[in-house]
Design a protein around this ligand. Structure first.
Ligand SMILES: [Zn+2]
Length: 225
């Protein structure tokens, strides 16, 4: 074990020891008859380290910092060393219901942890097999698009292979309709989406729902308004 890894491990162990663990007071898991939206009405807001959740790119830079990206000769996006200091690795045992560690923005991880805890409470049967977070890149992997929130380490893609991004036709089933699941568009229960939203996340499954359809990305949850 390298010395720096060892020190990091000690540091994490100390942090974990002192970390307050407030009791999670939430209603019991929903039954099929429950109205999902009403169900989460009484959920407490999550009081995380951010003064507010950013609404746009300018506020993201103010609140999360500027990634100051550069490009390798092959066009791979890299964040600055300075910005990388704002990142850390959250060990798997702090992530309810998930079995891998996650590398992300330090101010983001408390929200992710709370979202996973709430999701586990309301959808104990849902399995988080892959949660992708930090990935410096442009939206839709196109350099003509703005940088993706994954560049800031403040967005997650949940079980990507079962919740693919695509262009949604106006006639396609809407999220959580039976046909939405039957067509394999997603496997996310509404309660998981509501758990994430209750902490302050916005959801890519809300995109492309207008009359003309559009880009729809159910795997994607971002800590911005
Ligand atoms: Zn994403």
């Amino acid at each position: 074990m390298q010395q720096s890894n060892f020190l990091e491990w000690i540091f994490e162990a100390i942090c974990k020891f002192f970390e307050p663990k407030p009791p999670l007071i939430l209603p019991p898991a929903p039954t099929e008859d429950d109205d999902m939206v009403e169900l989460t009405d009484g959920w407490p807001e999550f009081d995380g380290p951010l003064k507010r959740i950013p609404r746009n790119r300018k506020e993201m830079v103010e609140i999360y910092g500027a990634p100051n990206v550069t490009y390798s000769r092959k066009g791979v996006v890299r964040i600055s060393k300075e910005f990388a200091k704002r990142f850390h690795t959250v060990p798997a045992d702090l992530l309810t219901g998930y079995h891998r560690r996650i590398y992300c923005h330090r101010d983001f991880s408390p929200y992710l942890r709370e979202a996973l805890r709430r999701a586990q409470m309301v959808a104990p049967g849902y399995k988080f097999e892959r949660v992708g977070c930090f990935s410096p890149r442009h939206m839709r992997h196109s350099k003509n698009m703005p940088l993706s929130d994954h560049t800031w380490g403040v967005a997650v893609d949940i079980n990507a292979s079962r919740n693919r991004a695509r262009y949604r036709k106006p006639t396609d089933p809407r999220p959580f309709e039976d046909a939405w699941y039957e067509n394999g568009f997603s496997d996310l229960p509404e309660s998981v989406v509501l758990a994430f939203k209750s902490v302050g996340f916005s959801w890519g499954g809300d995109w492309g729902l207008g009359k003309r359809g559009g880009y729809h990305d159910p795997m994607h949850f971002s800590l911005r308004k």
